[in-house]
Design a protein around this ligand. Structure first.
Ligand code: SF4
Ligand code: MG
Length: 330
């Protein structure tokens, strides 16, 4: 197993009190596999990733429990230097906003080349050649001519390709992409997503794709973990989850995306808003919004139950709903 996150807890100290941003999240990714982590903003999906990447080591955020095993070693217990080495070379992150992640006063070639100069000890000239090659790999046209241009001279989609090239430079084993296409228009989104999927296959990397958009994951992800209020509420192979969700929240999300086979049907939207993380409701955190909620949902917190049974539930499926069986057959 490439990455194995176990029972991770993260808190933030805010003026309103302690925000429990991540409350016992476990997930894993193998080499060559894509895990989509789906959730609304504030669900804890980005914070979990930041904890994995080690960019959450400073206040006000604090990892209060759990393990982040990368190839079997717990990154949370490694010495700072060793941790930095693993995280610098073996995992990389792609963010939504390429323009603020890239340095505006350095050419694209210099930024890409810097990776090879610093981490591989290459000469400037060789590093520049590597930069051109990387730009080719992410299919930026006329790479040789454009390597001397600045980030603002590229379109949004091309900048996102440059971010992908930066992430790939050191051949990481794991890439975490946090809403990598959210700022792009729909056609460009699909192209960037296809590129990511293709590179993941080619380099046999693990990919964690963080998104709020269930529509973008169907074609690229192998498995999905759905997050709500800092927990995973459902995890399943993508196709199983699409076919038959085992949690009312997932069902609500599925019912609220337009689908070709449901033309003309009115779209359902989940009522209400996700809870503030300083005030997570007792019992099932989703109960104030859940159309299937009953009394015990207000007091008893559901564990992530294993979803099993003759209905063809796949191994490794889980749902944090007391009534997952009914949901599955709903
Ligand atoms: Fe809804 Fe209850 Fe299931 Fe929570 S446990 S999702 S409130 S039915
Ligand atoms: Mg986010």
């Amino acid at each position: 197993m490439l990455l194995d996150v176990r029972d991770l807890h993260v808190e933030f100290h805010t003026r309103d009190g302690v925000a429990r941003a991540v409350n016992g999240v476990s997930y894993h990714v193998d080499a060559g596999e894509t895990l989509a982590v789906l959730g609304e903003s504030g669900s804890g999906k980005s914070v979990t990733a930041q904890a994995v990447m080690g960019i959450l080591d400073t206040p006000p955020g604090r990892i209060t429990g759990g393990e982040v095993l990368f190839e079997g070693r717990d990154l949370l217990t490694l010495k700072r230097e060793e941790r930095r080495r693993v995280r610098g070379a073996e995992m990389a992150m792609i963010f939504q906003d390429a323009l603020s992640s890239l340095n505006p006063v350095l050419t694209v070639g210099d930024q890409l080349g810097e990776m090879f100069v610093v981490h591989r000890g290459m000469s400037r000239k060789d590093a520049r050649a590597e930069a051109v090659e990387l730009m080719d790999r992410v299919r930026i046209p006329a790479a040789r001519e454009r390597v001397g241009q600045y980030p603002h001279q590229f379109s949004g989609g091309m900048r996102q390709r440059i971010m992908i090239a930066m992430a790939l430079a050191l051949r990481p084993k794991l890439i975490i992409a946090d809403e990598p296409t959210t700022a792009l228009d729909v056609t460009v989104q699909a192209q960037v997503m296809d590129l990511l999927a293709e590179l993941r296959r080619e380099y046999h990397m693990g990919l964690i794709l963080i998104t709020h958009d269930l529509g973008v994951v169907a074609d690229v992800a192998d498995r999905i973990a759905v997050m709500y209020a800092g927990r995973i509420v459902e995890s399943a192979p993508v196709l199983d989850l699409y076919k038959a969700p085992a949690h009312p929240y997932t069902r609500g999300l599925l019912d609220s995306i337009p689908r070709l086979d449901h033309k003309g049907r009115e779209l359902y939207a989940i009522k209400g808003l996700p809870p503030g993380l300083t005030r997570i409701p007792p019992g099932c955190a989703f109960h104030p919004r859940c159309p299937a909620a009953r009394d015990e949902c207000r007091t008893d917190e559901p564990a992530l139950y294993e979803v099993t049974g003759p209905e063809g539930a796949a191994a490794g499926r889980g749902s944090a709903c007391h009534f997952w069986r009914e949901c599955l057959h709903g």
